[in-house]
Design a protein around this ligand. Structure first.
Ligand SMILES: [Zn+2]
Length: 327
């Protein structure tokens, strides 16, 4: 596997020109656009304070709250509890606070490995929507060579940078729909739970295919009608902060990749855990009960077997043909 020596170097996100380092940050050698860095994070575009995009602002505000929550995890009980009560599901999953949350992530990652049969050893990866960096940590554990972490949230990028200290990782604030990298810069573009946050999903996928040889999409909510209805009746329909979940159509995503000339494998299965329901029975501590969870995940596996086409969680692996751009 070819490893790009200059993986840390990004390109201008407007013209894809080469960047040159300056005392303040970087300058594009083609269009002369200047970029600054903050704490080692390259700011291609700053989104904080962009009032025009209210959805993006909600995402950014939430990520700020979440990072604050993680930072106060150890020493500020009051702040921690307040935020935790409103966003138990997200906190559990993101901060690894419950066994259920960890098992949900584990199942999503294992589903992808099984579908793709991909060996991550030495891969040069772009992690889009890296969040606080927990997926990148998993990728390094699986042998990833180097990772560029990209997110719209500067707060998340700062947290990811702290968590990935000492790893071969670099960090950039930019949009998935306008990636600051030259064609085929990466072995793998890795999305987990991010695609449904994009403003323009088709454009995001097109960009992923442009910069990467392979694309991984994990943990996306599918748009299956009956299941989506059941899920919303169980309050599984909302993102944090009352946002409605944008659901992804399996066929549509497959077609986008095929039209771009890639081969594609997709799978739907059952991965979620009913945090809102279980929290009403919090005295039972079911989300940390090994016996209950082993039965619950066996039940999900049974659903996977019986109704694979109804699965509410989408996994996608798309790849360019071997002879196309071979190493
Ligand atoms: Zn430029």
């Amino acid at each position: 596997m070819k490893v790009l020596k200059n993986f840390m170097i990004k390109s201008c996100c407007y013209c894809l020109g080469d960047l040159k380092k300056t005392p303040q940050g970087f300058i594009c050698l083609s269009c002369k656009k200047k970029y600054r860095t903050e704490k080692g994070i390259l700011i291609m575009k700053s989104f904080e304070g962009n009032k025009k995009d209210s959805l993006l602002q909600k995402d950014l505000q939430f990520s700020q709250k979440y990072v604050f929550f993680v930072k106060n995890l150890k020493f500020n009980k009051r702040i921690r509890n307040e935020f935790y009560k409103q966003e138990e599901e997200f906190c559990d999953r993101e901060a690894g606070l419950s066994l259920a949350g960890r098992l949900v992530d584990k199942k999503a990652l294992e589903t992808f490995v099984k579908l793709s049969k991909l060996d991550f050893s030495g891969l040069n990866i772009l992690n889009i929507g890296c969040g606080g960096g927990k997926e990148a940590l998993w990728l390094f554990k699986k042998g990833a060579g180097q990772i560029v972490c990209l997110d719209v949230s500067l707060s998340f990028l700062k947290l990811a940078k702290t968590r990935l200290k000492g790893k071969k990782a670099s960090f950039v604030q930019a949009r998935a729909e306008r990636l600051p990298f030259k064609d085929n810069s990466f072995d793998l573009v890795f999305y987990m739970g991010t695609l449904h946050h994009l403003k323009d999903i088709a454009l995001g996928l097109k960009e992923a295919v442009r910069v990467g040889r392979k694309v991984a999409i994990l943990s996306e909510p599918t748009s299956k009608k009956p299941v989506a209805k059941i899920l919303s009746s169980l309050h599984w329909n909302t993102e944090y902060d009352g946002l409605t979940t944008k659901r992804i159509d399996q066929q549509e995503v497959g077609k986008i990749f095929q039209d771009l000339g890639l081969k594609v494998k997709t799978k739907t299965n059952f991965i979620w855990f009913p945090f809102p329901m279980v929290s009403k029975l919090s005295f039972l501590n079911l989300k940390n009960n090994k016996l209950f969870l082993s039965l619950y995940f066996k039940f999900l596996a049974l659903l996977d077997m019986l109704f694979p086409f109804l699965g509410h969680n989408l996994t996608v692996y798309a790849y360019k043909d071997k002879d196309f751009n071979s190493d």
